[in-house]
Design a protein. Structure first.
Length: 521
């Protein structure tokens, strides 16, 4: 009996040694069987292909009496069959192109944040009113919508995050500024796939497009989007409407940031006349151009608050449609869409709208007709520099002087009312946790104030506080997931904290021996 126990232990050790190879052999056999099954499944369609081909051949042989005849149709150069009128003059459109730059202000320099720009799609929720520190929400193409900007005198190109603030029409890239003569980057929204119909009896044209674009001001501090524009004209007059949405901001209260409800069928442009375009070879209608109404259009806005009254003393005073301005009151941009007496008033009127009835053969928008491939990334030498904000003293309604602000100076001296357009740099820096620039009383003080304001920025004029938006790790996480977690940041952090607690508890349990891994038995 004394030798029984050692013998049993030796037997168990032997069985353990034999068990591992047996289990390994079983796993190998299982994997081999799975591979054989997959091979058999894949071979079925390959084996069936010749049979199917033979069936098709025999079918063709049996139906040899039914012969195919290839018919070639030569369409004259320049003819667009999709918009050829019938005998009554009616025609249908199934791929119209919409092109609009909105206005110069939407493509010009900004006194803070670099510039204003156009982009494709509905921009996501950045979470607060601040300059975008990266291109997470930046898009130049989505679905039927793309953004194009002029390249030289006769071409177009797609903008990039790096050159969105640059005019590319010259021999070298030029960063857009804020002076009254600024013409902007000359970027335009382009939407293809428009569908519509022209009724010759009533002289009515209606075209609708599917897609969205976003207008971003002050580098991302305020932005809104438009979706599914519709052009309706009767006897050459009508409107361009779209559904509008975005985010509400306030330049005097940077803590304000609200998601706006979608406003349906808001008139973005009022049209009094159009210029019809015809193909020079076929004489068929192939598009139209029109400049929306602005000059002499009255708008009613509150006499106090973020939107100043309309200034009707200028020779070219005017406004975008009333309902459009009412919506912009909610975004915080109302003063940029009608004359207020500021130096940037010349940049506010709408630019021409171009509609091509066939997107594959667009009519000319100005002098540019060709769309070349996208530009390569610009070199460091062409990067937009940090914006230089002119200093001025702005007085509030009570008459007390404020610190210098980055904004449009009045040609007649300091303003005596709260101007909507100038952005108060001191309040912005204070809200972001940085000291305000001192008030300038002379040239030396002005230089010191500019230096203090510059020290509160990082590259390209972005505030230091804006960098904390990258707490998710930037491009290491897909944009959609990062946006979802950004929108639910608090819940995500609580969930992460819970996982850390559970992980710590699990580690403690293993360390104390309360939990044991199965293969340790």
């Amino acid at each position: 009996m004394a030798n029984t126990t050692p013998t049993r232990q030796a037997t168990r050790r032997c069985l353990r040694r034999l068990g591992a190879p047996r289990r390994a052999s079983a796993v190998t056999a299982l994997l081999t069987a799975l591979l054989l099954v997959l091979t058999a499944l894949l071979s079925v369609p390959l084996a069936a292909s010749p049979a199917i081909a033979s069936l098709d051949d025999s079918s063709d042989a049996q139906g040899s009496s039914r012969r195919q005849v290839d018919i070639g149709v030569e369409i004259p150069e320049g003819l667009n069959a999709r918009v050829t009128p019938d005998q009554q003059g009616n025609f249908t459109i199934d791929n119209a192109q919409f092109r609009w730059g909105i206005n110069v202000e939407s493509n010009a320099g900004a006194f803070f944040g670099g510039c204003n720009w156009l982009q494709a799609g509905k921009a996501g929720n950045w979470g607060r009113s601040e300059v975008w520190s990266n291109d997470r929400l930046f898009k130049v193409k989505e679905g039927n919508v793309r953004i194009e900007k002029r390249l030289g005198a006769t071409q177009w190109t797609t903008p990039t995050w790096q050159n969105k603030c640059q005019d590319l029409t010259g021999s070298t890239p030029r960063t857009v500024l804020t002076n009254p003569a600024e013409t902007g980057t000359q970027a335009e929204v382009v939407i293809d796939g428009g569908q519509g119909h022209y009724d010759a009896t009533t002289d009515t044209l209606r075209i609708k497009w599917k897609g969205s674009f976003t207008v971003v001001f002050y580098g991302g501090m305020t932005y809104w989007w438009a979706t599914d524009p519709v052009l309706e004209l009767t006897n050459g007059k009508g409107t361009l409407t779209a559904d509008l949405g975005g985010y509400g901001a306030d330049m005097y209260d940077l803590s304000k940031w609200t998601v706006l409800e979608t406003h349906k069928k808001v008139p973005m442009a009022t049209i009094n006349s159009v210029s019809m375009k015809t193909d020079p070879q076929t004489k068929q209608l192939n598009g139209l151009t029109t400049t929306p109404r602005y000059r002499g259009v009255k708008v009613d806005v509150a006499a106090v608050g973020p939107s100043n009254p309309q200034n009707r003393n200028e020779p070219n005073w005017g406004s975008f449609p009333q309902q459009f301005v009412d919506f912009q009151v909610l975004t915080g941009q109302a003063g940029y869409w009608y004359t207020t007496g500021g130096l940037r008033d010349p940049a506010k009127p709408p630019t021409p709208i171009t509609v091509s009835f066939d997107a594959t053969r667009p009519i000319s928008s100005g002098s540019a007709t060709e769309v070349p491939p996208q530009l390569t990334e610009p070199s460091e030498a062409t990067q937009p520099p940090a914006p230089q904000a002119p200093l001025q003293t702005v007085r509030n309604p009570a008459g007390s002087a404020r610190v210098p602000s980055a904004g449009w100076a009045s040609p007649t001296g300091p303003s005596t009312t709260a101007s909507y357009e100038p952005l108060d740099l001191s309040s912005l820096l204070a809200a972001m946790g940085h000291p305000a620039a001192p008030e300038a009383t002379g040239l030396a003080d002005a230089n010191a104030a500019a230096q203090a304001a510059e020290e509160a920025k990082t590259s390209y004029g972005q505030p230091v506080a804006a960098q904390d938006i990258d707490w998710l790790g930037g491009n290491l996480i897909p944009d959609d997931i990062a946006q979802f977690m950004q929108d639910h940041r608090e819940a995500f952090l609580w969930a992460l904290a819970g996982l850390l607690v559970i992980g710590a508890g699990t580690g403690l349990a293993f360390w104390r021996g309360w939990l044991v891994l199965p293969w340790k038995n």
